[in-house]
Ligand binder design. Structure first.
Ligand SMILES: *Cc1c(COP(=O)(O)O)cnc(C)c1O
Length: 417
């Protein structure tokens, strides 16, 4: 589609006939036909509750848990209502309680500090680097100054920190790690799937993550005591024995009486629509990475754009793309956003004063005490972000990259310096 781009440049008005991007950044692919069939079957049976299953049929939720654990390389898995609930349950299960200090990345999504606060704990924010991963030097400093013994490590936007260094550091400081894998389902470090490096890992199956059940979450762990607690906390009443991917009965002896029921179970309908998606997940990951590659190659043609770099041992899932415009001040960034919007490219910017949509930053989270994070603030001030839905083609990604580069150039041309 051709549109007329109008842009102010040092008081002059520029007109440029230009191609517009028309695809939606929020349009997801339809669910596989097998998901629709499985959902229909569940609805006809009316066995929507995971503990309701008749005839000794293994229910859909238990099947999903076993299949996900196997795919993930974990011993145990529990399906819950959301990624945020997965985080809260995992935190409680490893021993986090009221007043416990929990380290976490300063750059992450709101449900992460939200989960820490929800269990009554106190987030201690750690700086991130310009590659958007947790800063290990600051982690070491903050761990010592706060005496925190827990880290909720957020692999935000799929950027994976050096997990060898992180694991060694956590060990030396006696820190228990929980991984937030909302953006790393299918990502690896040295060939090992993200989520196998801590005491527990949490995943989300909310619509914009790597599998889509609208809402949903998964917890994996190799620790039987942790998983037994998680199952009881998730609200299994005394039905934990129907779980097929759970620790032995003896691990529940105390947990079933000690742990409060916080009712956050996944239902059969969501599990039924997730299982066929799990079967396709490896292909889905490859598709995302091809699209990411095309967009990134296109963007790398401008030396004003900086893409976060990836360590050789890390293998991301390119379901979204972030880039920095380090030479742009606030005014440039706002102009750039407007220029992109005119071309049909709705970017997210982490430098905004006010939170918008899914995008907020630590300075907006008034439920935690304000913390000084100059390095992260500097990075966020010129950080942009867009999703890559699988409804985009490689051609779309190329066009997207070209439009962004043109908008960067237009704004740069308007620079006062
Ligand atoms: C989406 C997300 C979660 C969990 O979100 P829910 O919406 O509760 O499923 C956790 N961490 C990050 C980084 C996320 O993006």
């Amino acid at each position: 589609m051709i549109s007329r781009l109008i842009f102010k440049n040092n008081g002059r008005t520029l007109f440029k006939e230009s191609v517009k991007f028309t695809k939606s950044f929020t349009r997801q692919s339809p669910l596989p036909a097998d998901s629709v069939l499985a959902a229909t079957k569940v609805m006809l049976s009316a066995d929507l509750h995971r503990y309701q299953s008749h005839d000794n049929n293994v229910d859909e939720v238990a099947k999903l848990e076993s299949e996900f654990a196997q795919w993930q390389g974990a011993d145990f898995c529990l399906a819950v209502t959301s990624g945020g609930q997965a985080l809260q349950i995992a935190l409680r299960s490893v021993g986090v309680d009221t007043g416990t200090r929990v380290l976490t990345n300063a750059f992450t999504l709101a449900p992460v500090p939200g989960a820490i606060r929800a269990v009554g704990a106190l987030p201690v924010l750690v700086e991130v680097t310009s590659d958007l991963v947790i800063d290990l030097d600051d982690l070491s400093r903050k761990a010592k100054s706060s005496q925190a013994k827990y880290l909720l490590l957020s692999h935000m936007r799929g950027h994976v920190v050096d997990m060898d260094k992180l694991s060694a550091l956590a060990k030396s400081l006696s820190i228990t790690v929980i991984e937030d894998c909302a953006h790393t389902m299918g990502a690896t470090w040295s060939g090992v799937k993200s989520g196998n490096f801590g005491q527990a890992a949490c995943f989300s199956t909310q619509s914009y993550k790597h599998m889509n059940s609208g809402e949903g979450g998964l917890i994996t762990s190799k620790d039987p005591a942790v998983m037994a607690k998680a199952i009881i906390i998730s609200g299994s009443y005394m039905n934990y024995q129907t779980h097929t991917c759970a620790p032995d009965k003896e691990y529940f002896a105390e947990a079933r009486l000690d742990c409060p029921n916080m009712s956050a179970r996944m239902d059969s309908l969501r599990a039924a629509i997730l299982r066929p998606q799990l079967n396709q997940l490896n292909e889905t990951v490859e598709k995302w990475n091809r699209l990411y590659q095309v967009a990134a190659e296109s963007l790398s043609k401008s030396n004003l754009i900086r893409l976060p770099s990836e360590l050789p041992a890390a293998h991301r899932v390119g379901s979204s793309l972030q880039f920095l415009l380090p030479e742009f001040d606030e005014e440039h960034c706002i102009d750039f956003l407007k220029a992109c919007a005119v071309r049909g490219v709705e970017l997210k910017w982490f430098g905004r004063k006010e939170p918008v949509g899914f995008t907020s930053t630590h300075s907006h989270w008034r439920y935690l005490n304000s913390q000084d994070l100059p390095q992260t603030d500097n990075i966020l001030s010129s950080l942009f972000d867009f999703r890559i839905p699988l409804t985009f083609s490689e051609e779309d990604c190329r066009l997207l990259g070209d439009i962004i580069i043109e908008c960067v150039q237009v704004c740069q041309a308007g620079s006062k310096t």
